[in-house]
Write a protein that binds this ligand. Structure first.
Ligand code: ADP
Ligand code: MG
Length: 266
């Protein structure tokens, strides 16, 4: 069998595509057989890893891809960098521990949650991002259609589940109990990353029931890291820089979050 057919049968597409270049490079650099083989396999592995990562990122349905490297920690001194460094080592994923990011709008909660999701995907974990609003709609619909159990099971497949924006929309008791069932399923098995603009004290109000809120917090916080961000909105900072200092110009904004940002910092 010739080399091309062997590569094809072994499904080494990435190596096949780069083979001519690799051979040329090897002879130019006078590489040993061992060095050449290493580079060739590295090429295949790198290609497969990249393809896998792209697939996992697509499946994750992130609103955008942002990394920890893109986060300006000097702008947000209330965040302990050591905690973030520890989280980026992904020990929390292995241990099935949760991460809760709290703070007012615009301080980077979603950015950090997404960045931890990207890190997890890079490490080969299955990741899923959902706003709480979408989660509640999905679960309510599944219950109406008598397939709640299957839906809950599906939501335990992603190793890392990111639930964004707890507290923006209040839930009724039924919705809260659906949320509780999900948290209970993932409890101690798979980590959940949550973001909220409400402090834990206000979660009773968010979930429309103090007892359910306590039960949710009990499971969520048992093994968890909470990052409480106290600071100015990054969005607002960017506007300031552009000369749009908070004032009437911002009030004309149609973006709810931007208006909320302003209300909080005023
Ligand atoms: P939140 O979820 O807390 O409302 P986001 O994470 O959506 O805020 O942040 C708003 C925007 O500002 C995003 O585009 C995010 O990437 C950016 N951002 C926020 N904080 C920082 C920061 N410290 N460094 C760099 N970009 C930031
Ligand atoms: Mg957000």
């Amino acid at each position: 069998m010739n080399l091309e057919s062997l590569l094809e049968r072994l499904k080494m597409d990435h190596l096949q595509a780069a083979l001519d270049g690799l051979c040329e490079h090897a002879s130019k650099k006078d590489l040993s057989y061992r060095e050449f083989l290493e580079q060739a396999l590295e090429q295949e592995w790198g290609g497969r890893h990249q393809k896998g990562l792209e697939g996992r990122l697509k499946q994750a349905r992130l609103p955008w891809v942002k990394t920890l490297e893109q986060f300006d920690f000097s702008f947000q001194p209330s965040i302990d960098r050591k905690t973030i460094r520890e989280l980026s080592g992904l020990g929390f994923v292995e241990r099935g521990e949760n991460v809760v990011l709290l703070g007012p709008p615009g301080v980077g909660k979603t950015h950090l949650a997404v960045a931890l999701g990207v890190k997890s995907a890079e490490a080969g974990h299955r990741v899923m991002f959902m706003t709480l609003d979408r989660l509640v709609t999905t679960l309510s619909k599944a219950r109406q259609e008598n397939r709640l159990d299957r839906q809950l099971k599906q939501l335990t497949y992603p190793k890392v589940l990111i639930l964004d924006e707890i507290g923006y929309l209040p839930m009724n008791r039924e919705e809260a109990s659906l949320f509780f069932r999900l948290i209970n399923r993932r409890y101690e098995k798979a980590p959940t990353i949550l973001t909220s603009n409400k402090s834990f004290m206000d979660w009773g109000e968010v979930f429309g029931d103090q007892v359910i809120a306590t039960a949710i917090l009990d499971r969520l916080l048992h093994h968890s890291t909470t990052i409480n961000i106290k600071g100015e909105s990054y969005r607002l900072k960017e506007k300031r820089k552009a000369g749009l200092v908070a004032g009437t110009q911002l009030k004309t904004s149609t973006n709810e979050e931007e208006i909320a940002d302003e209300a909080i910092t005023e």
